[in-house]
Design a binder for this molecule. Structure first.
Ligand SMILES: Nc1nc2c(ncn2[C@@H]2O[C@H](COP(=O)(O)OP(=O)(O)OP(=O)(O)O)[C@@H](O)[C@H]2O)c(=O)[nH]1
Ligand SMILES: [Mg+2]
Length: 413
C-alpha cells in the first residue's frame, strides 16, 4: 500500500495515522510517499509525473491498493486507478470501511452503510466489482468484472432508498426512548474525545459499564449511557460515544448526526484527551472542529487529561495542559488515579443546573428529611431550632416535592 498526502505542517503525523487506520482495516502497509504541492492537481490529485513514478514502484511491488490521505473526487479516483492499475482509496473510504466493520446496533449499521454507499456510488469502477459484501478486502471490495457495474449502480440506489426508510423507523424508536429518559430530568453528560483517548475506559471505571475498550481506532461506534451517582448525590447520565479523528469524513458526520444528538443535547461535555500522545494538542483541535460541525460548540466542557501514567512521571506535560485548561483534571482511567478530583469537578460544573434552596422541615416529618438526604445535596443542616433547617441543592424535577418547605432561594440570596 502506498500513502500520499498533500503538503502540510503535519502531513507526516497524518500519514502515520493513515497507516494505523489501514492496519486497523485489515490491510498490510508496505510503503508510503509524500508529494509537496501548493494545490492538488485537478485530474490526478498528485502531479502526473509523481503518479507515474509511484505507479511504477507499486507495479514492481505488486501492490493491490493505494490509499490517499485526502478525500479524492470520483474523477480523480478513476483517473488514478487508470494510472496505477489497482484500487485507489481515500482517507474517507478507509474510515468508512473501519466503521462498517465496527457497527453493532441496527442503527449504527444502517448509518454507516448509507454513508458508505453514498460515498461509493459515484466512484464505482471495475476495481470494486460486484457489490456483495465480502470479507477481507478494504472498502467493500469484490472480485467480479465491469459487466456488473450498471446493475450495481441501480442496486446501490435502491439500497440507499431502503436504508433511508429503515433509518427513519429506528430513529423514531430511539426518540421515544430518549423522551422517556428526559422525564427523569437527570443531568446529561457526554464523553467526547479523539479516538483511542480512553473514553470507554473512563465510562467503565466510573460506572462499571462493561463497554468494550481496546487499543484500536474506533473501538466504540454506538453510544452507551449509564447512570453515574456523584458523591454529592447528583445523578448524571453519562454517555460514551464514537471517537473523533482529524479529517473525519463529512458524510460520516452527517450519517452519525442522529447518534451524536446525545452530544448536542448534553448539559456538559467531558472531553477526554490522551495526554501522553505527541499530537494531543492537535487532537484537541480536531475534536473541537467536529463539535463545531455537529453544532455542539461552546458547551460547558470538562477537560480530562488521561493516561498520565504514560508520562513517565513528567509533570511538565500535565502542568502545561492544566495551565491552558484551568478547570481540567488529569487522570489515569485504568488505575483510577485522579477520579475523585474528576467527580468533584463534575459535581461542581453540573451544580448550576440545580436549585439551591433553604428549607424548613418540622422535626416529625422524618420521611421528608430522609428523602431530602437521599435525592438532594445537603450543604448545611441545623436541627437545633423548633424545626429542622437545611440548605440544599435540589434537582429541578423534584422542585414540587419540596416546595412546601422552601423558605428562601439561595441562588438569588
Ligand atoms: N496506559 C493507559 N492506557 C489507557 C488509559 N486509559 C485507557 N487506556 C488504553 O487506551 C486504549 C483505548 O481505550 P478506549 O477506552 O477503548 O478508548 P476510546 O476513547 O473509547 O477509543 P474509541 O472508542 O476507539 O474511540 C485501551 O487499550 C485502554 O486500555 C490510561 O489511563 N493509561
Ligand atoms: Mg470507545
Amino acid at each position: 500500500m502506498e500513502l500520499k498526502s498533500l503538503n502540510g505542517r503535519d502531513s507526516n503525523d497524518s500519514l502515520e495515522e493513515l497507516a494505523e487506520l489501514a492496519t486497523t482495516a485489515g490491510g498490510e502497509v508496505v510503503g508510503d510517499g509524500l508529494q509537496k504541492l501548493a494545490a492538488p492537481c485537478a485530474g490526478t490529485f498528485i502531479g502526473k509525473g509523481k503518479a507515474d513514478e509511484f505507479a511504477f514502484h507499486c507495479r514492481r511491488a505488486d501492490i493491490d491498493t493505494v490509499i490517499f490521505d485526502e478525500e479524492l473526487s470520483p474523477a480523480q479516483s478513476r483517473n488514478l486507478e487508470r494510472v496505477f492499475n489497482c484500487k485507489i482509496l481515500d482517507r474517507t473510504s478507509l474510515i468508512l470501511d473501519i466503521f462498517a466493520q465496527r457497527a453493532r446496533t441496527r442503527e449504527g449499521k444502517l448509518q454507516i452503510e448509507l454513508a458508505q454507499l453514498q460515498h461509493l456510488l459515484p466512484r464505482l469502477t471495475r476495481f470494486w466489482g460486484h457489490l456483495s459484501r465480502q470479507k477481507g478486502g478494504i472498502g467493500m471490495r469484490g472480485g467480479e468484472g465491469e459487466t456488473q457495474l450498471e446493475t450495481d449502480r441501480r442496486r446501490v440506489q435502491d439500497r440507499i432508498a431502503r436504508i433511508s426508510r429503515d433509518l427513519e423507523v429506528v430513529r423514531r424508536q430511539r426518540f421515544t426512548q430518549r423522551n422517556a429518559r428526559q422525564r427523569n430530568h437527570w443531568a446529561l453528560a457526554s464523553i467526547v474525545g479523539y479516538t483511542n483517548a480512553g473514553k470507554s475506559t473512563l465510562l467503565n471505571t466510573l460506572t462499571g459499564a462493561g463497554v468494550l475498550a481496546e487499543d484500536k481506532l474506533f473501538a466504540t461506534l454506538d453510544p452507551t449511557t449509564r447512570r453515574l451517582r456523584l458523591p454529592t448525590n447528583q445523578n448524571v447520565l453519562l454517555t460514551d460515544t464514537v471517537g473523533f479523528i482529524r479529517k473525519l469524513p463529512h458524510s460520516l458526520v452527517e450519517a452519525f448526526k442522529a447518534t451524536l444528538e446525545e452530544v448536542v443535547q448534553a448539559d456538559l461535555l467531558v472531553h477526554v484527551v490522551d495526554a501522553s500522545h505527541p499530537q494531543a494538542e492537535e487532537q484537541i483541535q480536531a475534536v473541537d472542529a467536529v463539535l463545531k460541525e455537529i453544532g455542539a460548540e461552546g458547551k460547558p466542557t470538562l477537560m480530562v487529561f488521561n493516561k498520565i501514567d504514560q508520562l513517565n512521571g513528567s509533570r511538565d506535560v500535565q502542568t502545561r495542559f492544566l495551565e491552558r485548561h484551568p478547570h481540567g483534571v488529569s487522570i489515569c482511567a485504568t488505575s483510577g488515579e485522579g477520579i475523585p478530583a474528576l467527580l468533584a469537578e463534575l459535581g461542581s460544573q453540573l451544580r448550576p443546573i440545580r436549585e439551591f434552596m433553604e428549607l424548613v422541615v418540622p422535626h416529625d416529618r422524618t420521611g421528608v428529611i430522609a428523602r431530602l438526604h437521599e435525592v438532594a445535596q445537603v450543604v448545611e443542616r441545623d436541627y437545633n431550632g423548633d424545626q429542622a433547617r437545611f440548605k440544599a441543592r435540589i434537582p429541578p424535577h423534584l422542585h414540587g416535592e419540596f416546595a412546601p418547605f422552601f423558605v428562601r432561594d439561595l441562588r438569588t440570596a
